[in-house]
Design a protein around this ligand. Structure first.
Ligand SMILES: Cc1cc2nc3c(=O)[nH]c(=O)nc-3n(C[C@H](O)[C@H](O)[C@H](O)COP(=O)(O)OP(=O)(O)OC[C@H]3O[C@@H](n4cnc5c(N)ncnc54)[C@H](O)[C@@H]3O)c2cc1C
Length: 265
């Protein structure tokens, strides 16, 4: 249970609180998952007074503060319809009004539509505090002690337990000059996906294919110079994605179908 609540007004103070080895102290975004799952005693550092709630267009990039609420992003004119659709699929309105972009990515499992589309867009995160990622663990980290470390969402999802203790995500950046499509299959339109696909295409032809619906996080099935081979990559990537919700054979076939639909869009 939460034993103490801190609301620092500077990043330095927030990092000082989070760096304490005891008591266990973790960031509080919207708080919607913290209230549900934690059983041990811990303290929280509320990030809402740190000025991390802005959405800013910088050239071909959209930079969002970690505390931007999902619903604020839905209402932003800067995002694509596919991203808007995936966020609406992530959570109902009441939850979107509370949940933050960073908290949602940190808490995401394989069924998170928001994490899937953000991974397809190759979202980059700014991390401050904590242990900087080891060079051997993370490809080309842009370390800067004053401004934090640039870490891709793909790296964060793989290394959450290593990168996050004592650290804060301050910003998340996505490209705006990329076309995005999102398709899914679920029991009902409001359910989280049994299988979903997000495909992002850059003007250069670069194509990233991400699958969701299974496992601990969405899966990057392909990052290639053209869309060629995307369906085969999707089928292969989910060839063993079986669990109590769906068989691997079903997910694998549906992944290829969804990727074809995304490419047709
Ligand atoms: C009724 C209900 C239903 C839900 N259903 C689902 C569901 O179906 N699927 C699902 O995945 N989730 C579900 N959730 C969980 C939760 O709503 C989502 O994961 C939510 O998007 C988390 O966002 P948040 O901002 O509230 O994060 P928080 O709960 O504040 O934080 C989530 C995690 O992220 C960390 N964190 C937050 N901000 C930062 C930051 N800036 N830097 C570093 N770490 C940070 C926190 O320490 C915590 O570990 C549900 C919650 C509720 C209340």
């Amino acid at each position: 249970m939460i034993t103490a609540y801190h609301r620092p007004e500077s990043l330095e103070e927030a990092l000082r609180l989070l760096a304490r080895p005891v008591p266990e102290t973790i960031p509080l975004g919207g708080g919607t998952s913290l209230a549900r799952v934690k059983s041990d005693d811990f303290e929280v550092v509320d990030l809402q007074a740190l000025g991390l709630g802005q959405i800013t267009v910088r050239g071909n990039f959209l930079e969002m503060g970690a505390m931007v609420r999902l619903q604020t992003l839905v209402e932003s004119e800067a995002i694509s319809d596919a991203l808007r659709r995936a966020i609406r699929h992530e959570a109902p309105l009441n939850l979107r009004n509370m949940a933050t972009v960073a908290g949602t990515l940190v808490a995401a499992d394989g069924r998170s539509p928001f994490a899937a589309v953000m991974l397809a867009l190759d979202a980059q995160l700014t991390l401050v505090g904590g242990q900087p990622p080891a060079l051997s663990d993370v490809a080309e980290p842009a370390l800067n002690s004053a401004e934090g470390s640039a870490v891709s969402l793909g790296e964060l999802l793989l290394l959450r337990e290593d990168l996050l203790p004592g650290a804060l995500i301050t910003h998340i950046t996505i490209p705006l000059n990329v076309s995005l499509a999102y398709e899914y299959i679920a029991r009902t339109p409001a359910d989280l996906p049994i299988v979903c696909a997000a495909v992002a295409g850059w003007p250069s032809g670069r194509t990233r294919v991400v699958l969701g619906g299974y496992g601990a996080s969405p899966l990057l099935a392909m990052d290639g110079p053209t869309p060629d081979g995307a369906q085969i990559a999707a089928r292969d990537a989910y060839s063993e994605a079986g669990d109590e919700i769906a068989s691997a054979g079903y997910r694998s076939e549906m992944a290829a179908v969804l990727v074809r639909r995304c490419l047709e869009r």
